[in-house]
Design a protein around this ligand. Structure first.
Ligand code: PDD
Length: 285
């Protein structure tokens, strides 16, 4: 049975109830995080909480917990629930109003919800053991503030479903200039001639914590060159390797794009090197 946290209490999932007038339910008016935990050890905890606090501030939800308050909830949930590979989902919505009205009241109390769910074991840096992703591509039709980790995910859901309906694991998105933005639920990269290239942070993409950590780890190590710049879809289609990153998958190698092999269709050497570096350093954040 799953034990969840809701507004100050721990309870079985079946007992967790919120008002249908909650603005998270009616408008998707909230911010969320997903933090991976392996054997009770959280990955990137500090940066995840910083991003959550920034998101809350950006959408004007007047709610800030300290890192210690969040850590207590995360630890309690990983202790109370079974499983060693867990994603900790944290969610703060603006709260329940008495009516449905777009403008929000100032005195509204935020709804705080958290639960854990099973994620795959962390990948090991072995080509034979890792799952190669097959992805679709489509134009990015989301809003202009994709840097906010909003619970309003209909655009992402529809884009993910596009790839899923084509029998693929993800969907890589591109903007009107035919430049790659990100995946529907992950950041995206190419590798060309040994250089890892990923779009720069702006309002078209989520500032992924896995991305933040990976780029920092690669730059500190120095053996793989990293560039943050616009990446055209033509470059994506001619890349030696394509990768996706997110908290629940770390670095996922893409082996097929719209039914066409990426590079030689095999998981790449640079992926293996980068995943090994990431695995060795991921608990330092
Ligand atoms: N997805 N871009 C988008 C649109 C995302 O939804 C995510 C994460 C990322 C990667 O961010 P991070 O490395 O911080 O997980 C990039 C999460 C896991 C989700 O919605 O389930």
């Amino acid at each position: 049975m799953s034990i969840v946290y809701l507004n100050g209490s721990y309870m079985p999932l079946e007992e967790a109830k919120i008002s249908p007038m909650d603005r998270g339910f009616l408008f998707g008016d909230g911010i969320y995080e997903v933090i991976p935990s392996y054997d009770g050890k959280l990955v990137g905890f500090g940066p995840h909480i910083d991003r959550m606090n920034e998101g809350l501030e950006l959408i004007g939800i007047n709610f800030q917990w300290t890192q210690n308050q969040w850590r207590e909830v995360c630890s309690a949930l990983t202790d109370k629930n079974e499983g060693s590979n867990l994603g900790v989902y944290l969610h703060v919505s603006r709260g329940a109003d008495t009516k449905r009205f777009h403008a929000y009241p100032e005195d509204i109390e935020a709804t705080v919800f958290a639960f854990v769910f099973e994620i795959p074991p962390a990948p090991v840096a072995e080509k034979a053991a890792v799952k190669g992703y097959k992805v679709s591509t489509t134009e990015d039709l989301r809003w202009k503030r994709c840097n906010i980790k909003s619970t309003a995910l209909l655009g992402n859901v529809m884009h993910f479903q596009h790839g899923h309906a084509e029998g693929n694991n993800e969907t890589i998105l591109y903007n009107a200039e035919q430049n790659m933005t990100e995946g529907s639920a992950c950041n995206a990269y190419i590798v060309k001639d040994g250089v890892v290239i990923t779009p720069p942070l702006d309002s078209q993409i989520l500032p992924g914590i896995t991305r933040l950590m990976l780029l920092d780890i690669l730059r500190k190590d120095g053996s793989i060159q990293v560039e943050e710049r616009a990446v055209s879809m033509e470059e994506v289609r001619n890349a030696d390797e394509v990768w996706l990153t997110s908290s629940s998958k770390e670095i996922a190698p893409v082996i097929e794009l719209d039914g066409v092999a990426v590079g030689d269709g095999q998981v790449g050497d640079v992926w293996q090197q980068a995943q090994a570096l990431y695995s060795a350093a991921k608990y330092n954040y």
